[in-house]
Design a protein around this ligand. Structure first.
Ligand SMILES: [Zn+2]
Length: 103
């Protein structure tokens, strides 16, 4: 008599969620499905590139839920490193002029 242990392996769906991501790069607006699985979950905390405009440095910002394991998100980009050159208006705190006595 065989006692076949049948494991309830009926789960066929893969782990992870899908983000319907919309690129926020001006002039692009491309939307694509980004699959987030435990393997690439780091994408949520890092930056990705838009598959259309190829702009790098996009950060995934979830904006809502679309359905079961489906979410909407925006691919937002930081503004380019804008370095405002702040002119320091420091008072001229020069070293007190040491009277160099001529030898
Ligand atoms: Zn794009």
């Amino acid at each position: 008599m065989m006692n076949t242990a049948v494991k309830p392996e009926t789960r066929t769906e893969e782990p992870g969620v899908v983000y319907r991501t919309v690129c926020q790069n001006p002039g692009c607006g491309f939307s694509f499905d980004l699959k987030i699985t435990p393997k690439n979950a780091g994408l949520l905390g890092g930056t990705i590139a838009c598959p259309r405009c190829r702009r790098h440095g996009g950060m995934l910002k979830p904006t809502g839920r679309l359905g079961d394991k489906r979410y909407s998100a925006k691919l937002v980009f930081k503004a380019a490193n804008i370095a405002y050159i702040a002119r320091s208006e420091e008072e001229g705190d020069l070293f007190s002029e040491m009277g160099l006595s001529d030898y």
